[in-house]
Design a protein around this ligand. Structure first.
Ligand SMILES: [Cu+2]
Length: 153
């Protein structure tokens, strides 16, 4: 049952929080083969914004919650030359982006990548079409590796 989970449903169920949450959870369980251990991490709200115009940088958003606490050590993609974690902040009225080398996931706390704040910069991807997905790998300090598919729009 876990293996048949269609990861695209994460996008399809947007707005129905419970369903999206469950789908994301099943996707992770099926991909990492960690079984019950993976349930100590919730991942939801996966979304990718395709590059605009002739650009080649896509942006990814998601929400994580680690029940025991963890840390994102790196992000990458088999479909992109580079992926970085960034944080947007306003300083003196000017919006700035700062690269995050790693990111703490405090126990039980919801950590969001969302418009206007933290985001994933996915470099060198000209060819993402609408309704396609882009695979992103998140490596955690605990040793867990999340292989996630971000639905693009
Ligand atoms: Cu950025």
């Amino acid at each position: 049952m876990l293996k048949s989970t269609n990861k695209r449903r994460v996008g399809f169920h947007r707005g129905r929080a419970a369903a999206a949450f469950l789908t994301a959870l099943l996707s992770i369980s099926g991909l990492t083969a960690c079984g019950p251990a993976s349930k100590i991490l919730d991942v939801s709200d996966l979304e990718c914004r395709s590059p605009l115009g002739s650009g080649d940088v896509a942006v990814g958003y998601l929400t994580l919650r680690s029940l025991r606490g963890d840390r994102i050590m790196s992000v990458s993609s088999p479909s992109a030359p580079a992926v970085e974690m960034h944080e947007t902040s306003i300083e003196n009225g000017i919006s700035r982006m700062k690269r995050l080398e790693s990111l703490d996931l405090p126990a039980g706390e919801r950590v969001a990548f969302e418009p206007g704040g933290r985001h994933l910069m996915i470099f060198g991807v000209r060819e993402i079409g609408r309704n396609a997905t882009i695979p992103i790998t998140i490596t955690l300090e605990s040793g867990k590796t999340l292989n996630l598919n971000f639905p693009c729009r």
